[in-house]
Ligand binder design. Sequence first.
Ligand code: ADA
Length: 905
Amino acid sequence: MKYLSLCFLLLILSCAKTKHVVIVGDLELPRLAFAIDKLSGVLLENNYHVTVSDRLPENNTDRTIIIGEKGSENWNLNTSDLNIDDSSLTEKEGFQIMSFGQVTYIEGTDASGVLYGALDLVDHISETKVLPDSINKKDAPEMVLRGTVIGIQKPEYLPGRTVYEYPYTPENFPWFYDKDLWIEYLDMMVDNRYNSLYLWNGHPFASLVKLEDYPFAVEVSDEDFKKNEEIFKFVTEEANKRGIWVIQMFYNILVSKPFAEHYGIKTQERSRPITPLLADYTRKSIAAFIEKYPNVGLLTTLGEAMNTIDDDVEWFTKVIIPGVQDGLQSIGETNEPPIILRGHDTDAPLVMERALPLYKNLYTMNKYNGESLTTYEPRGPWAETHRKLSEAGSTHISNVHILANLEPFRYGSPDFIQKSVKAMHSIHGANALHLFPQTSYWDWPYAPDNTEPRLLEMQRDWIWYKAWGRYAWNSQHDRTEEISFWQDQLSQKYGVGSGEGILKAYEEAGEIAPKTLRRFGITEGNRQTLLLGMFASQLVNPYKYRVYPGFYESCGPVGEILLEYAKKEWEGEPHVGETPLQIINEIVNHGKAAVEGIEQATPYVIQDVTEFNRLKNDIYCYNLFANFFSEKVKAAMLVLRYSYSNNIEDLDQALPHLEKSVAYYQELVNRTKDTYLYANSMQTELRRIPIRGNDGKNKTWEELLPHYQKELEVFKHNIEMLKSDNNDEIIKTFKTLEPVEVLVLNKEASRFSLKKGQKVYSDNEAEIDEVAKELRHLTGVQFSDKEQQENGTVLHFKTDKVVKILVGYFNTNSFTVLAPPTLETNAQANNRGQADIKIANAMLVSGLYPVNIYSYRYEPGEHKLVLGKGRVLVLGFIDGQEKIVIHDAGITNKEEGKAIDWLFY
Ligand code: ADA
């Protein structure tokens, strides 16, 4: 018999000890070897003497742990003298632990099951300090995939590159090559029973594979290429030992920078059609990847640089799937590796329908509450998409994405998380989890705290990973037991007696951001950083900032937004569901209770005091935020009331609330200016709300404060103006925009003036009914309505100076119109400054919808502005330097009160 000894040093150290345990299991299998290592470790720590063997020693009288996979040869040999009933051990990754006399048996359905059984025993021994005499337990995870995400991305764009384009190099990502960091992370994952790790990047292939036909496409040096091979091998092997499957994510259609330069094309372009070159390059990249890393999975985003849904289908079925199949064929593999399809920026149910006949091993994935955490009562159109996908028959994965409303404060409400996991199962039909870091996704592995050295996000946010992992394994834990479980965890970390107050603080604070965003936010997307606050103008007129369609209906319980609430209040109508007033009262109460909790815990804290103080500061910040927000909403409510009452007293009453909100914000600044580096880790032009975040600006409370102070001053001033003029109807005027000469090259394009009675289409009788004064000097370009709906719009033009093209998007969800630039699904949607509405409700066209104006900036030269299918208006050209003050011209056919946000400008 072969005796193997493990951890020689530890064995020598343990020689003096008396209790002896033999661990028996198949050491050839990486997951079992890892499990045995963990068991040995915990036993040695607790003064046991350990020997390890792959076979049960003859005449063994020592305490023994036998581990093995159900039905395996090794297991059968080692358990031949015993009739173990394992008929009910059928679930994937399941295990049973049994004691018979001196022997503890850990049997798993599969290698991961054995590993999880062993880790269960490890946890037990760590807690009780002894190997139990008798233990009988059976368990299996509820969710089949439990994964975490690491972004191989950065807070800013690399020079000469755009979104998602980050080659894997030590220069870009020094941490990526740090093996100790990986071990720490993978250990954290397996401790929390995660079994999948997703690496996100735009186009990873050019950092990982070389193609014979496109040798110039590789975008890293030979030396870095080798480092990538080495680290990928290391990570996948270490992950595999821990039962973790590595999955590489990629966006489409992206090509590498050198590839793009070689062919004189762009790396990514939303309006670009699929070409044979793009298809061939991508198919070969995927094939080479599968060939080289057959055990690494693929997660596909069919976008954000993809033109149409038809293209999505074609790309998935004719490029991606064949690429995987080519790779398999070349290594003689017949087992299909799983491909995961994201629901983001595509019609995933349609793509699945077309793809399933070609490839069976498909999974689907969709965002849980969009890019934030807002509710455990998801509903509406997004819940519908989840249901359709989960009904498609494959495993459906719920993606807790980005967490734009939780950045940067600590979040760890087990209650909210448990309820959310339950909702994933019961409402969405998901059976797997894909979890983003709680904060700093774009700046991983660091946390946003201003510390030296930087904190690691995985350490700081331990409770985030632990809670989601725990409930992904089993969402049905009893709430009373959960309370004591988490209190114990927290008491162990910070000091006996502290758990109760800290848990209260986490759970109370954990309600604030979800409730605030779902009731007052403009989008769940990372276009908005909630915890930096919002402008009053955004509260009273959110539609001017383009409320993301589907957000209100999907990301929270039925309720009213401020505008509806104010109207109903004025008209004396009954309210429905969750109201703004209710929410501001609730968040203030949550903030107060959270502070009570953290203060109650303080005297008990004797360990990890520095981290506790950081957590405590976060809880105070949440409380201040809740009060800041609530005061601002109170002011906004009175301002909206004024829009109906025309009674200046309403504004007088609003003022002290706005003043108080600024005072609370000042306190928030005091608490964050030395403790946080930033509120949001994505620091590019994609941040729009509360304010644009170009070039790493406007990412701290300190930077926002002057804006909120100015808002208050302007408001005061406007009230004074209203009073002094003794006139409660002041019309704000905006500068009239002057046209510039641009040569339109579209054949047969005629132009029309922006005047009442002018036809906007060549083949539709629709005429301008009314147009904002500031647009009246401009001349639009007439297109065919039919052509726009069938083929889209291409404006071909030449300019000798920088110009802005004003484009009118119809303010409706009708399928006949083109959706405006949407950062939530297209991170390139601001590459020409087109992401924001510049003038809301600027024009009315008979029989159509109100028009919002956006602008696209173009440098001198000949260009094509390619817009997708659907009605849209090209309304003229202005000087590129012209800055349009964002405003609402109020020309709408809706009956709602007039836009009142001018009071804040
Ligand atoms: C949006 C978001 C991106 C990214 C993307 C996605 O475009 O702005 O940051 O998260 O969604 O892949 O879902």
